[in-house]
Structure formats: C-alpha cells, structure tokens
Design a protein around this ligand. Structure first.
Ligand SMILES: Cc1cc2nc3c(=O)[nH]c(=O)nc-3n(C[C@H](O)[C@H](O)[C@H](O)COP(=O)(O)OP(=O)(O)OC[C@H]3O[C@@H](n4cnc5c(N)ncnc54)[C@H](O)[C@@H]3O)c2cc1C
Ligand SMILES: Cc1cc2nc3c(=O)[nH]c(=O)nc-3n(C[C@H](O)[C@H](O)[C@H](O)COP(=O)(O)O)c2cc1C
Length: 773
C-alpha cells in the first residue's frame, strides 16, 4: 500500500513504523512541516500501562523510550504553605523532543521515508496514496477541510495556560498553588530528563486578565510566573520554547471530538488520528497515550482484516468503532479533571484544608476511588482517614485503625447522625387513608436496623389533596401522627439510626395511580381530587388540569405545612426535609418551566422562590430550634428553558439564608420529557458545587451504590451525607453489608443478628477482591 502520514507527531510516526513492521513492502512517507529537532512542548507523561502496550507492538521503541524515561511514584501538593505527598501513582515522563527523535530514528531504520520542512496544503497533493493519515495535530487542516464529513465538536475552555520548562529538578509530580490579590494560579510540574522539568501554569481567564497577562508577551509572562513561583523555583529560570518571544504564549484548551473519523476523497481514504480527531486535557496527561493507542489500533485492524487496499474501508470502520469508545471514556475522565482545575480557585482552594484539598485533587477525574487510593498508598490513606475522623469529632487512638469516612458522625444543630448513609425518601404507596401501617413499620424498621445513620419516611403529604396517590402517607390527622410515632419510637428504641420525615405537597403531579398501576397516570375522575399548582399546566397531556393557586390557597397550604410540622415534632422525628424537588408543588414554583405566573410569585428567580420560602419560614418557626431542616431540590431540570445548576446554587443560597441546615441535591422529574445525564454518582456534582460555593452541608444522591462511592464523595468534601435509595430496596442491611465488604468491623449489627454477621464476614473474606485490584 502507498501510505502518507500528514504530520510527524507521535501519532503519525508511530503508525508509520508499526505499519512498516507489519509489511516492509508498504511505501510509507511521513510529511512534517518542522525540522527534525524542532518541536514545541517540554515533557509528556504516560502511565506504566501505555508502556506495556507499546512493548507488545515494538520492543525496540519501547526499550529506547524506557531508557530515556524518568519514572516516579509520588505526587506532591504545595498549598497554603504546606507540602503533602502521596505515593504509588506510577508515572513515566519523557521529553517530547526525545520521544519524537526515538520514533524518527526507528522509522528511518525500518525504511519509512521522512520528509521535513514541508507544509502540506491539501490531501490532494498525494494522488497515488491508498491511505492518508491525517495526524496533523489539534489544528488539523485536513479535519477543517472535511468538516462537513467529520463533524468536529470543538469546545474552547475558559482557563488560560502556558507550557514552560525549568532547570529546577523536582523529585515528584508537583502541583503548586499560589494565590494572588486576583485569584488562584496552579502549576503542573514534572521532571522529564536529568536537566529539565515541565512547568505548566494555569489560571482562569478573569484572573489572567486582572494581572494584565492578556497584554503581556511571552517574556513578560515568564517574568510574572517566575515571581509568582519564586519560592518553588529556588533561583532557577522558567523557559519557553515557543519560537518567538513576542506575542502571547497563553492558550485555551480545546476539547475536540469528531462524529466521523474517516472519508474517501475520490482517490484515497483519509483517516484522522491523534489530536486531529480528539484531545484530552493535560490535567490527566493522556493526549500522547491516545495518539499512540490510535496508531496501535489501526495497525491491529489491518493485521486482522488484511493490509491491502481493498480492506481499507472495513478496517477504518472497525478502527473508529473500537477507538471511539475508549477515547470517550478517557475524555470523560479528562473532562472531570479539567473542570476541577477550572473551578478549584472559586470552589475548593479557599474552603478546603490542605489534607482534604489533596484528597479532592487526587480523585479529580473520579477514576481513582477511595479503595484505589488505598492500593496506591495505604499509609497515606489511613493518615487521611484519621484526620477526617478527628475532624468529624471522633477520638482515634494513635494505634487504632480509623473508620472510613462513610462511618464517621455528622452533627447538624442538636442532631448527631452516627454515620453518613441515609435511606433516601421513597414513596411506598401502601398507606391506608394516609395512615402508615405495619408495612411502614417493618420497611423503615428493617432499614434502620440495617446500618444507615438516618432513615427518611417517604414524601408525607400535608393534606389529603396534597397526596400523589391514594396510597401515599400523610400527616394531617391524629391517626397519622399516632402511626408515625409508633415507627419513630421503634427506631429510637431498637436501632442506633435517627429518623426524618419528608413533608411535601404533590401539586400538579397529584391524583395519580399507585406506581405499579402506572407512574404519573391520572386516577379516573371518580376517585380524583382537584389539583392546584403554580400555574394551570397539566403534567402530561392526559393529566388533570390544575388550578393556578390564589393567595388564599397559599395561606391554606402554608398552614397545612405548619400543622404537619408540629405533628412531626410531637411524633419525635429528628429531622425534617421539605420536598422542593421533582415537579411537586414547591418545585413547580421554582422552575420557570412550570411557573408561568405574572404576579409576585412568578418571573424572576426571586419571585419564584417567594412561596417556597414562605412555606420554609413557616415550617422553621413550627419546628424545634435544636432540630435541623433539610431542603430537597431538583438541581437541574434537564430541559431547555428550565433551571440549571447555576440556578440551584442561588436557590440553595436563599434557603441557607432562611435557615436551612442542609440541601439534598436531586434533579429532574419536573418536566416529563427531561433528559437527565445518568451515570455513576451523576447528581453528586450538584451537591459538590452547592456545598463548596454556598458553604452549606449537602446530601448527594443518585446512583451511589457502593461503599467506595460514599467514601469518595464524603472524603473529598463533595457532600456531607449520601442518600441511597434503590440499593436499600434490594437490601435493607445495605450499609452493614457494604461495611463488611470493605473489611470495616467498627459498625454495630443488631445484637440479635451476631451469628449472621460472623458467617457473612467469613464468607466475604474467602471471596474478597479489593476494588481497584
Ligand atoms: C500543555 C500540554 C501538556 C501536555 N502534556 C501531555 C502529557 O503529559 N502527556 C500526554 O500524553 N500528552 C500531553 N499533551 C498532549 C500531547 O502533546 C498531544 O496529545 C500529542 O502530541 C498528540 O500527538 P499527535 O501526533 O496527534 O499530534 P502532534 O504532536 O500535535 O503532532 C502533529 C504534527 O503535525 C505537524 N503538522 C501540522 N500540520 C501540518 C501540515 N499541514 N503539514 C505538515 N505537518 C503538519 C505538526 O508540526 C506536528 O509535528 C500535552 C499537551 C499540551 C498542550
Ligand atoms: C420507589 C421510589 C420512590 C421514591 N419516592 C421518593 C419520595 O417520596 N421523595 C423523594 O424525594 N424522592 C423519592 N424517590 C427518589 C429517591 O429518593 C432517590 O432520589 C432516587 O431514587 C435516586 O437514588 P438511587 O439512585 O439511590 O435510587 C423515590 C425513588 C424510588 C426508587
């Protein structure tokens, strides 16, 4: 085959040499605009795993690279005058120039033709090529030429960065944080040979501008960074290898994804590779790895299908199908890491102490979990767990094993929860005229015995016409209070758990059938009751039309909430949650999708908050001063024109000012066609943002289903509690079982169940494989 690689970066060179190895008869040319030793950038890092893959495909290159590598295990954080270090991270660093020279030499040895100092204007220069690899980097001209085919999605990110080097040698991967009068700067620092260290400086656009760096040329920018990081540089200079020192060398990262990776131009097949088709932020250090792995995959597909021109279309299809999935996975992790560095100044740096800041930074991509950190550096993690437990008010003796963050207490006003796991509120549709019965006693009682620190009732309705379904529980009649008191008393007398009540009003989502007869499906008109909502909008086209609430309705419903609150206090509940989520009545006021009012209760966010805050204030007044109140929010409507996380931050701030103690961060269910972005712990970013930007405790909820998730969320300070719903339906003793799975024995099982515990733990130990291994 006749093959042309446009661009002699890692992707083009590595593909060329592997393909030549596959069959030396292939005629392969790499065309590069730069001179052989003339390249941008300093050092790049890979993981040990990338090296292993390279060794499988070409031992000679891998040996050469390994000979030039700097290997290190430690990450060191410099923050607020402290230096913290953890190990076991396994990186290798190499100069970009050195890497390219190794690849160039190997290409030449195998007979690949290398053409330098030739800027390719178009793929049509190569009329005889069967295959053209567009490995021409992030600004790929070929990708731009066929943009309508490749459909690139390019997102320019807000931070500014400059890629520098220094002669100061650091013996670990260092992250340096410095605060100026305008905000935070961070440097990502790693040595890549015995003389030089990569030094990437990054800061948000507004901080960059406030320092006048938008007006600074490269030399002035370097002088600024040298002053800022002078304590770390210890007299060593910073250097740029941008060819011209005039003009700004500060860049914005661009995230690139393409829908289509290949195209037939009428004569040759053209395929994108490396940065030309996808980028990964340097916060995760994987762009070169992706480029090399693209090259490996394409060669692998040729090897499997046959490396002759007639196989090209099929091979390119397969190449895209396989790589697109791996790349997306890595881009998602890189995105999380990148976002962490974008918000670190305003969200974490001022709020978190160095120990927790370190933990948050290490888990920034959310690919490295709590137990994974234990595998990397058990001593460091145990030290952190000790620190965390002490901050939570526990005394941990120097020779005692500290509890994992999930099993530390949390205090809100006069309430101390024994651990961080909540049984999330879940409607059971099994009440009789609003009365919680034996089912509820057994259901909540079993879960309170099952290890959670707090169990919530389902949404408990403040009047008969506030119910979602005829099976919903209520708190509006004396028999309701008595029924709940029986359950509260059982939980208090027989378990270490605390118990909370969630109070709500269904609004326009009321008068529907119980779940197993059709969620949100309206009742037949005979059994239905009239509905009220912020505006006269039915939930589904076939739902009952609600009436827009009047001021009188508001007064009546506020009084209903107050009555229910007093009854709940008398029944002995420990915490109250006001349900302002999921499209029910209070949520229908908050969302602009469902609130179309033109009076003081609609329009601006301030107006939309007015009625929910009136209810909150009434509830706060009726609820004992020493008991906390939680507010559950839909932090994103997942629908155009609806509330987003930005609105949720302001809503949470308003409830905090009104006296809320904790915000329970759910999302969606406000609009029937919403499109939530599901995934592991998918709502935790809302809890994280609200906790750290509004400075109020939060509950994370949604697809949290392992101890590892809870530990990670709590330890990183993304939330203070984790609510776990569906896993508790599958397993009432979820918290006890999860403790056993991570080998933690400090949590008490009911004394009646001790022999079950011993057998369970023994069986687990026999089959245990640590997460991350
Ligand atoms: C600040 C920063 C830090 C980074 N750190 C890391 C890291 O630690 N680890 C890591 O794995 N990755 C890192 N990367 C990413 C890495 O540099 C790229 O992902 C990687 O180089 C992509 O390889 P490539 O071959 O696709 O493209 P490139 O390396 O960009 O190569 C493309 C080549 O094509 C040439 N070219 C372009 N147009 C033409 C044309 N028209 N004619 C001829 N030649 C042309 C260019 O001169 C260039 O040599 C970092 C990137 C940045 C910006
Ligand atoms: C059967 C069921 C009933 C639910 N009822 C309520 C409810 O009454 N109030 C509420 O705020 N959320 C309710 N939810 C939502 C859960 O509290 C929780 O936010 C959601 O299930 C996500 O958590 P998970 O991934 O752990 O299940 C319910 C969820 C389920 C599965």
């Amino acid at each position: 085959m006749r093959i042309i690689c446009i661009g002699g970066g890692p992707a083009g060179l590595y593909f060329a040499l592997l393909m030549k190895k596959l069959d030396p008869a292939h005629r392969i040319t790499v065309v590069e605009r730069n001179r052989p030793y003339d390249t941008f950038g300093w050092g790049v890092v890979f993981s040990d795993a990338t090296m292993d893959r390279m060794r499988e495909w070409d031992r000679d290159t891998a040996d050469e690279i390994e000979g030039a590598f700097n290997h290190w295990d430690d990450i060191e954080l410099h923050f607020k005058g402290r230096a913290l270090r953890s190990g076991g991270h396994g990186f290798v660093g190499i100069g970009r120039k050195r890497l390219l020279n190794i690849l160039q030499a190997r290409c030449e040895a195998l007979g690949v033709e290398l053409v330098f100092e030739h800027e390719v204007a178009s793929d049509e220069e190569f009329a005889d090529a069967d295959l053209i690899i567009a490995s021409d980097g992030i600004n790929s001209r070929i990708r731009q030429k066929y943009a309508d085919v490749f459909e690139p999605d390019i997102v320019t990110r807000p931070n500014r960065y400059i890629w520098l080097g220094t002669t100061r040698l650091f013996d670990a991967f260092n992250f340096l944080f410095e605060k100026t009068e305008h905000g935070w700067f961070q440097a990502h620092v790693y040595k890549f040979d015995d003389k030089t260290t990569t030094f990437i400086v990054e800061t948000p656009e507004d901080v960059w501008r406030a320092h006048g760096l938008d007006e600074a040329d490269t030399a002035q920018s370097i002088a600024f960074c040298e002053r800022l990081f002078k304590d770390h540089l210890q007299g060593h200079p910073l250097m740029s290898n941008a060819r011209h020192l005039r003009g700004s060398a500060w860049l914005n990262f661009q995230r690139i994804q393409c829908k289509q990776w290949h195209h037939f131009n009428g004569r040759s097949h053209v395929v994108l590779m490396g940065d030309a088709v996808h980028t990964a932020h340097f916060a995760i250090g994987s762009g070169t790895k992706l480029a090399l792995e693209d090259a490996i995959e394409l060669v692998q597909q040729f090897k499997a299908a046959g490396d002759t021109p007639e196989h090209i279309p099929q091979v390119l299809e397969q190449y895209q199908a396989v790589r697109a999935i791996d790349v997306l996975r890595l881009q998602n992790a890189a995105w999380n890491a990148m976002e962490w560095f974008e918000v670190v100044g305003r969200r974490y740096a001022d709020q978190l102490e160095p120990e927790q800041f370190m933990y948050s930074m290490l888990t920034r991509s959310q690919r490295i979990s709590h137990e994974n950190l234990r595998v990397r550096d058990a001593a460091w993690l145990q030290g952190y767990e000790r620190w965390f437990a002490q901050r939570a008010g526990l005394h941990v003796a120097a020779d005692a094993v500290p509890p994992p963050p999930m099993f530390t207490p949390l205090t809100l006003r006069g309430l101390t929860l024994p651990n961080r796991v909540i049984v999330s509120p879940m409607a059971m549709y099994s009440a009789n005229d609003g009365v919680a019965g034996d089912f509820h006693l057994v259901h909540l009682g079993a879960r309170a015995m099952g290890g959670a620190g707090l169990v919530y009732t389902e949404m408990t309705c403040v009047s008969a016409d506030a119910r979602i379904t005829p099976g919903c529980a209520g708190m509006y009649a004396p028999e309701h209070q008595a029924a709940w008191k029986r359950i509260v008393d059982f939980v208090h007398a027989s378990t270490p758990a605390r118990i909370g009540i969630q109070l709500g009003h269904a609004g326009r989502k009321g008068a529907t059938r119980v779940a197993w007869e059709g969620i949100d499906e309206p009742l037949d008109s005979a059994g239905a009751w009239p509905l009220v909502s912020a505006s006269a909008l039915p939930y589904l086209p076939r739902s009952q039309m609600p009436r827009e609430m009047t001021r009188d309705d508001m007064r009546r419903i506020t009084a209903d909430f107050m009555r229910a609150t007093r009854m709940a206090a008398e029944a002995g509940f420990d915490i109250l949650e006001l349900h302002c989520a999921h499209g029910y009545l209070l949520s229908s006021f908050l969302s602009p999708l469902t609130n179309r009012r033109t009076d003081d209760y609609g329009g601006s966010l301030e107006n939309r908050l007015r009625f929910p805050l009136e209810v909150f204030n009434a509830v706060r007044e009726a609820w004992p001063k020493d008991k906390p109140i939680s507010v559950r929010l839909s932090c994103h409507d997942w629908y155009p024109g609806g509330n987003t996380a930005d609105d949720a931050v302001e809503i949470a701030r308003a409830f905090k000012q009104a006296g809320a103690d904790i915000i329970d961060c759910s999302s969606g269910q406000v609009w029937p066609d919403d499109k939530p972005q599901y995934g592991r712990m998918y709502q935790t970013p809302f809890a994280d943002r609200i906790r750290n930007e509004v400075a109020i405790p939060t509950v994370a909820v949604g697809a949290i289903f392992e101890a590892d998730h809870v530990n990670m969320v709590i330890a990183a300070g993304r939330a203070d509690l984790c609510a776990v719903a569906r896993p508790h339906l599958a397993d009432p003793a979820w918290a006890l079982h999860e403790a056993a799975k991570i080998g933690y024995d400090g949590v008490a099982w009911p004394k009646q169940y001790q022999s079950g515990r011993r057998q369970y733990e023994t069986n687990l130990r026999r089959n245990y494989v640590a997460p991350g291994k």
